[in-house]
Design a protein. Structure first.
Length: 233
């Protein structure tokens, strides 16, 4: 089964989530947000996986890139193709279907728990957070988990997304924490070493929790009947 992976070219690792989807039989066609003209059509794809980004949905200089992603989501909705969005992917999804993405009042960076309505699906944590933006859910979407910052997991038809990062592994956090994120960590009173150490402890729980998310998605969302979410807008 083929899946479309949408990510920034410098950060296209689907991590634990990608590993589990591969175990379910999916292979990924990697698409970079910077060059949407190079993306393949959705023909023969049975999943869209949207990763996080350093971008914000509302930045004027990426408006055309965001619109390209919105077009993929609308096409996926018309075809009934399931979508799994993470962080920026969640924010684009909300924007595409009548919600929005905006700057959060509470910045979340680091490992933390969430308040979940479905603990057997979305575990309480720990989950990795790294975001400055938050979503207002689209009409008819179901919120499944949250923090004081805002929604953390939600579903709309055959589309599901998380604000937290269930995909992260230690190697990914080492790249983030010693690259673009080092200054951000220092600004909030943390450090790369502190976050890496926390990650080494947290992934013992987050990996099986991520596996459970993908298992639920593949068993419940992916095979379900067609839901035209565009008709509800």
């Amino acid at each position: 089964m083929r899946a479309l992976l949408i990510a920034n070219g410098t950060d296209a690792d689907p991590g634990f989530i990608g590993d589990r989807f591969r175990e379910h039989g999916y292979s990924f066609d990697e698409c970079h947000r910077e060059t949407p003209g190079d993306w393949p059509a959705l023909d023969s794809h049975e999943l869209v996986l949207m990763l996080g980004s350093e971008w914000s949905v509302y930045w004027p200089d990426v408006a055309d890139k965001v619109q390209a992603e919105v077009a993929v989501l609308h096409e996926a909705a018309r075809r009934g193709i399931p979508v799994f969005g993470i962080c920026f992917g969640s924010q684009v999804m909300a924007h595409a279907f009548g919600g929005d993405a905006h700057k959060a009042e509470i910045v979340e960076i680091g490992w933390q728990d969430v308040e979940t309505d479905v603990p057997d699906v979305v575990a309480a944590g720990p989950w990795m957070e790294w975001h400055y933006d938050v979503v207002t859910l689209p009409p008819h979407a179901t919120e499944l988990a949250r923090t004081a910052s805002g929604p953390q997991a939600w579903q709309l038809g055959r589309m599901f997304s998380t604000q937290f990062h269930p995909e992260v592994h230690e190697g990914m956090i080492r790249r983030w924490a010693t690259g673009f994120g080092e200054e951000e960590l220092l600004r909030i009173g943390s450090s790369p070493a502190e976050l890496i150490a926390a990650t080494q402890a947290a992934v013992v729980h987050s990996r099986p929790n991520a596996d459970r998310l993908v298992d639920w998605f593949c068993e419940t969302i992916a095979p379900s009947g067609f839901v035209d979410v565009l008709s509800t807008q």
